[in-house]
Design a protein around this ligand. Structure first.
Ligand code: ATP
Ligand code: MG
Length: 260
C-alpha cells in the first residue's frame, strides 16, 4: 500500500446519516480526526455513538453522506475490507471466542494483523506448537493489562472487566493505525481503568489515531485531545475537552434545560 500524504486525516465523516425505519439514528454528522489525535465521542444514551462506529467500521452502510479513511471513501465497504486499511475496533458488548483460551483469542488477532486466520490457531493447537513467537507476543500484550496469569485460561473464565481488557488487547494486536473503542472503560474498576489509560496514552506518540466512545468524563479529560458531542444523532458541540465541558448545550443535552 502506498503511503498517504501526512495531511490525509485517518477519519473524516461528512453529512453522515443513518436511518432505521423513520428514525435517524445519525443525522448529518461531520467531523474529522488528524493523525495521532485522540477524539472522544460523547452523548446521552441512544444519541447515535455506536451507530457512528458501525458506519465507520463497515458493520452498517450509510443512508446518506460519506465516510473517508485516509481520504478513501469506505461507506458501504465490508468489515474486513475496512479493517485491511488499518482500522480496528472494539464493541460495546465484549465479543471473545468463547471456545478458545485467552492466549488463543489474542493470537488470532495477532494472526489477523499478519493476514493469517483462525485455521492457523487450530493448526498450532493440534501441533501443540502454541509456545512460539505469537504466544510470547500474546503474553507480553496481556502483561500490559496485568492478565499474564490468564494466558491459558478459557475465555469463559474471565470476569466482565477482564474480558473488556482482553478485547482491547485484541484490537491492539492487529497493529491498527486507527483504533475505535466503544466504551473501553465501562464497568471497569478504577485500577482497571488506570491500566487501560496506561496502555492507550503512549499510542498516539507513535502515530496511532484513537476515537473512543465514553460516558466517564474523567476518562475523557485524561485521554482525549478533542471531543465531539452527539445528541439525537446530531453534533451539538465539538472542540477541546475544556471547551466542550463549558458549553451549555452539552449540559442541557445531559441534564435537561436549567430553570435559572
Ligand atoms: N440496528 C438497529 N435497528 C434499529 N434501530 C437501531 C439500530 N441500532 C441503533 N438503533 C437506534 O438508533 C439510536 C442510536 O443508537 P446507538 O446504539 O447508536 O446509540 P448510543 O449513542 O451508542 O447509545 P448508548 O450510549 O446507550 O450505547 C437508538 O434510538 C437505537 O435504538
Ligand atoms: Mg452505544
Amino acid at each position: 500500500m502506498s503511503e498517504e500524504a501526512p495531511s490525509q486525516p485517518p477519519l473524516r465523516v461528512r453529512s453522515l446519516t443513518r436511518a432505521f425505519g423513520g428514525v435517524r439514528a445519525l443525522d448529518g454528522v461531520s467531523f474529522s480526526v488528524e493523525q495521532g489525535r485522540v477524539l472522544a465521542v460523547i452523548g446521552p444514551n441512544g444519541s447515535g455513538k455506536t451507530t457512528l462506529f458501525n458506519l465507520v467500521s463497515g458493520v452498517l452502510g450509510p443512508s446518506d453522506g460519506s465516510v473517508y479513511l485516509w481520504a478513501t471513501e469506505v461507506g458501504g465497504w465490508s468489515v474486513d475490507r475496512v479493517a485491511r486499511l488499518g482500522m480496528s475496533r472494539t464493541f460495546q458488548e465484549v465479543r471473545l471466542f468463547r471456545g478458545f483460551t485467552v492466549a488463543e483469542n489474542v493470537i488470532y488477532a495477532l494472526g489477523k494483523g499478519r493476514r493469517e486466520g483462525i485455521g492457523d490457531i487450530l493448526r498450532l493447537r493440534s501441533l501443540k506448537g502454541l509456545r512460539g513467537e505469537l504466544y510470547d507476543e500474546a503474553r507480553s500484550l496481556l502483561g500490559k493489562v496485568g492478565l499474564q496469569d490468564k494466558l491459558d485460561a478459557p475465555a469463559t473464565a474471565l470476569s466482565y472487566g477482564q474480558s473488556k481488557l482482553v478485547e482491547l488487547v485484541r484490537a491492539l494486536a492487529t497493529s491498527p493505525r486507527l483504533l475505535l473503542l466503544d466504551e473501553p472503560t465501562a464497568g471497569l474498576s478504577p485500577a482497571a481503568i488506570d491500566a487501560v489509560l496506561g496502555l492507550l496514552q503512549p499510542l498516539p506518540g507513535s502515530g496511532m489515531t484513537i476515537v473512543f466512545i465514553e460516558h466517564n468524563l474523567s476518562v475523557v479529560q485524561r485521554l482525549a485531545t478533542a471531543v465531539v458531542v452527539l445528541d439525537a444523532g446530531k453534533v451539538i458541540s465539538q472542540g477541546s475537552p475544556e471547551e466542550v465541558r463549558s458549553d451549555p448545550r452539552v449540559e442541557e443535552a445531559y441534564f435537561g434545560r436549567r430553570s435559572e
